[in-house]
Design a protein around this ligand. Sequence first.
Ligand code: TRP
Ligand code: ZN
Length: 885
Amino acid sequence: MRTDSSPQTIFRKDYLPPSYLVDTVELGFDLDPARTIVASRVTLRHNPASKSRDIVLHGEALELVQLRLNGKTLRPGQYELSGSTLTIRKAPLAVVLEIETLTAPVKNTTLSGLYVSNGNFFTQCEAEGFRRITYFPDRPDVMAKYTVMLRADKALYPVLLSNGNLIEQGELGDGRHYAKWEDPFKKPSYLFALVAARLVCQEERYTLQSGREVLLQVWVEEGNLDKTDYAMQSLKNSIRWDEQRFGLELDLDRFMIVAVGDFNMGAMENKGLNIFNTKFVLANSRVATDIDYAGIEAVVGHEYFHNWTGNRVTCRDWFQLSLKEGLTVFRDQEFSADMIGTDSGRAVTRIDQVRTLRQAQFPEDAGPMAHPVRPDSFVEINNFYTVTIYEKGAEVVRMYQTLLGRDGFRKGMDLYFERHDGQAVECDDFRAAMADANGRDLGQFERWYSQAGTPVVRAETNYDAIARTFDITLRQHCPASAGQEHKLPFHIPVAVGLLGADGRDLALSTDAKDRQGQATVVLELTGEEQTFRFHDIAERPTPSILRDFSAPVVLEYDYTDAELLHLFSHDSDPVNRWEAGQRLAMERLLKLTTAVATGKPLALDATFIAAQRALLVDETLDPAFRELALILPSETIIAEQMEVVEPQAIHSARQFMRRTLAAALKPELLAQYHANQTPGAYSPDALSAGKRALKNLALSYLLIAPQEAELALARQQFAEAGNMTDRAAALVALIHSGAEVGEHLHSFYQDFEHEALVVDKWFAMQAAAPGTDVAAVRKLMEHPAFTLKNPNRARSLIFNFTNGNPSQFHAADGSAYEFWAEHVIKLDALNPQVAARLARSMDRWRRYTPALQAHMQRALERVAAHARLSNDVLEVVSKALAGAR
Ligand code: TRP
Ligand code: ZN
């Protein structure tokens, strides 16, 4: 909670090295939910790189019991305790601090630091949670070796875990027991973790490529042992993949994953003891969907890959967060793509990444919370675990690979570890390793880290039939963002192919001598404007620009409908093939939205319908690709294209297009529904999941204005589904159809009321249904299973409404904004991190109609005026209110 009136902004330029370095940390925990005693013994030595002899320790929500320096107790006058720091001035060069503090984990609803979830103890220390456990220089550039002694009631907490290796355990009498853990690797405090709990595990001995044997464990609550197989399999796949693709081996003898039901984010890469949101561990075919399975694989991979990119090489300060997150997201994306193994499967994962960028990152980059991949300032670091740091950061890493090739990228990674293993470094160090390993000047590439905003690349082309040349002129500009009026040109890789009239790629020859005859070339745009010439082009080609989405930019090119249809039917690059379909749809959706808003008649052209039909039935294409190509741009993405956003008009326009397509393609949809069944035992593999996705997309179309036959189809699927993917899809289709679904909702709840993650789905699908208004959401909140205290549950109902149901969230009377304000405030009192995420639902408020803006402003001001706001929420709402359009 805020103690002084205005929160402090922290600037990257103010970085100072730590005054003292820590060599060893010994921690002793006497665990008790209401009164946990933490004893720490820390050896420090003065850092020659610092002029200061003051020891600065961070601490929050702690009761200081005892403080000793080199054996002598310090009295209150001998140190300064202010806000969240404890300072010891003019300290000796070598210091041993012994600190005893008291905390009340059971009262800790923030889920940061040491807390209790379902009667068990867990910790979450990133980014600044360790200071809620003990006083410590809680910054990532202070790395130390940890030894941890845990003491707790044996019956209540039979399992005691921490980082590294278990070196001792035993009984203490009086029903308590202990375990002592030692982590052989130096680490920053944010990677510390402990678990004291009643849990069980699936475990396995696993042999690394080097022949060394390691112990792998997945820890869950007793009833969930039937849901750990996929996480374990994903962990083994991750270990193997990092050995093969990057030559990186697991450096510990023991690697543990622990699932917890109350968790602020997806998971956490604590050294040797990853702690996961249950959502990213627990799966079997009965309770988890294909998307859940994919999420588990990605997150298990992500946290495992952090062991090298994040833990062995960590961040100097939190401004460098994308150094580990962007790189690790890129690694988990490549892992997931390699696990599918086919080119078309890889493309499907790439299209998903582009959708996420457009749905969430581009809006962030254009809104009041816009920040560079390496921010220059923040108020609350927890607000900067963003899609920009993670997903745009991953795009930036991907561009190195696009520019340097896979081998060049690998050389850069090798040099990065050779130089920086065991260090806390900056984004610039990664870029330098990439440049030096490849003998390339990547100076201009730095702007991807320092400049916020999504660059716009405008392309123009010119074909000269006599000279047989084709010129592509690329111009770039980047819109202004807070504190960055004028931006300098970026170094942008633009992958290009040219299609002939027959739909085939032309063999390309450019001015660059080394690359001739390829189907795709990567043009490097570095200036504000550049023209690239292709030679020996016998016919006017259709350009396929930004293949594989080679840079996180907006591409503007005045494609004709005919060109887009040509690309949609033939482009050898699946991402641009998909993209052509999105452009065709978007153009029409924008026109339809205007027509709705101005009361004009609505119509959809036969050409578009025919193109969709052709794609739907094209058996040469993966079902997964066809499904993606047939999903229309989301209401949020359409809104981003509009000057003034009218959510109801967008919704009606998109619904009209869906209804029209459904009516026109009904026989084909029905045929695909039947052709893509996956009988037999459930398997989450990409091909089966793709079939289910296409089949369920077909079902959702068939259930728009359904007849009895279609309703029966959905009801049958709901009743007979052998897996959650099909069961949930049938229920969602029924809810969206507007049919009476009370009974179905009831039976679904009855079947799964003891599966928290399925109950989350039950709330989520109702929250996001266009028929659910704010009154219905309030009603759902009265359900006994609803609680604001559990982040997954709060997100399932509230976030899926505010972010997933735009036409209801933006109800004309502003009633849903009032609901938003009320719950930001309520959540903030419990959990500022989660509250601040909800606060972000209002980021784009200045883009709506004047009437909606007025309502939104009032709601924002209501939150901002609240007496006790966290820095988290305060930063988000004050930036929203201050931000430019
Ligand atoms: N480092 C974690 C990840 O990327 C993110 C994370 C987990 C986190 N829990 C958190 C960040 C709590 C902030 C607060 O995988
Ligand atoms: Zn991460």
